[in-house]
Design a protein around this ligand. Structure first.
Ligand code: ZN
Length: 129
């Protein structure tokens, strides 16, 4: 028998309903009673997908609180996000390197300026003396 209108409800349905009743769907509390932070997955099938998880998630398995915020990542997102992530990482490295270089140059400039002032004063004293 074919029943096209019947579809399975996602398991998170009951929790999202109760959250709406609380007023804010953005604040979630884990089993520890602490506010669960929103994190973003950066790996695998769920890349780019945000979720709420206990702050001890992945560190200490005493609290297994974990709820997805976003719907599953689409195929295009799974394809594109790792590339974007890579690009952001390499750009961040470039910026850090540029900042380090800038610091080195400004230190060198300060050194030369002070040397020049010192040299000028030495000449002044030689003229006077
Ligand atoms: Zn917890």
């Amino acid at each position: 028998m074919d029943t096209p209108h019947q579809h399975r409800q996602p398991s998170t349905m009951s929790s999202s309903t109760s959250l709406r009743a609380l007023g804010s769907p953005w604040i979630q509390f884990c089993h520890c009673g602490k506010r669960a932070p929103v994190k973003t997955s950066w790996t695998g099938e769920n890349i780019g997908r945000r979720f709420w998880a206990c702050e001890k998630y992945g560190v200490n398995d005493t609290c297994v609180y974990f709820v997805w915020l976003d719907p599953p990542t689409c195929a295009r997102g799974r394809e594109l996000l790792p590339l974007l992530r890579e690009k952001v990482d390499s750009l961040e490295k470039e910026v850090a390197a540029a900042h380090a270089k800038e610091k080195k140059y400004s230190r060198a400039l300060l050194f030369f300026t002070l040397s020049f002032i010192g040299f000028t004063w030495m000449n002044v004293f030689q003229i006077i003396g």
